[in-house]
Design a protein around this ligand. Structure first.
Ligand code: MN
Length: 243
């Protein structure tokens, strides 16, 4: 059995989400062979050195719980989201996860999936795509991570505020995947079943690309009183509510 989650947006201000996730890691997830976390595990990530800070107890608690899961024999895979793209080598090593490229093709004996966070498919939002291109560059990241932690945290907070206020003015379609870009993506990945998060619009969409039926599963973001995972049992995908 394989489980998928995304968009938990873990933060000290959302203790309910952390509680549901920690219960999940100690419970439901233990019966899986693999767990895939498809981005935005954390609401913000200023750099792996925040693991050393006492006030970041949440990050330390989560990395320890992930390590306990991977040590128990559950293969753990993590993909960056647009909030936590600075999760680095130290976090990865400590959690026992492997870092996946985005997109990632998951080939199983019975089925093919393509996994992505989802933000790269929101091509109508040109402003965001420009920002994404910039912050995914190694030079930009090295320069940013060289700044003192306190300054990075302030910068991350400022970016959040900016993006929250920009979101209020953005047309709804800008925050969803572009249909043409999605069809191209499905074509480029062999019409595999697509699983992504990011848009916070959970649904299963049927795409017909070049006459081929392709399913696109959009995962839900987590709330204070409810999380969600997708479960592949070898034959079908189902959504599970986590409380
Ligand atoms: Mn996202």
């Amino acid at each position: 059995m394989i489980l998928f989650v995304s968009d938990l947006h873990l933060a000290p201000q959302a203790p309910g989400v952390s509680r549901i996730f920690l219960d999940f890691l100690a419970g439901r997830a233990r019966s899986a062979e693999q767990l895939f976390i498809l981005g935005d595990l954390f609401e913000a990530w200023p750099g792996d050195d925040c693991l050393d800070e006492a006030e970041e107890a949440l990050a330390a608690k989560i990395v320890a719980a992930l390590h306990a899961l991977s040590s128990a024999g559950v293969a753990l895979s993590l993909m960056h989201g647009n909030r936590d793209f600075l999760l680095g080598d130290r976090f990865i090593a400590r959690s026992g996860a492997r870092l996946l490229p985005d997109p990632y093709v998951l080939s199983l004996p019975a089925w093919q999936f393509v996994l992505t966070h989802g933000d790269a498919l929101c091509t109508d939002d040109h402003e965001y795509q420009e920002f994404r291109t910039l912050v995914r560059q190694a030079d930009w990241q090295a320069a940013f991570l060289a700044r003192p932690l306190a300054e990075r945290k302030e910068k991350v907070r400022a970016l959040r505020r900016q993006s929250e206020s920009a979101k209020r003015d953005k047309a709804s379609y800008l925050m969803d995947v572009n249909p043409g870009a999605t069809d191209d993506f499905l074509r480029a990945h062999g019409y595999a079943t697509l699983i992504h998060g990011h848009t916070h619009r959970p649904a299963m969409h049927d795409h017909i690309v070049d006459g081929i039926h392709v399913e696109r599963w959009v995962m839900a973001d987590w709330r204070e009183d409810e999380g969600e995972c997708l479960c592949w049992d070898g034959e079908s995908l189902t959504r599970e509510r986590l409380r």
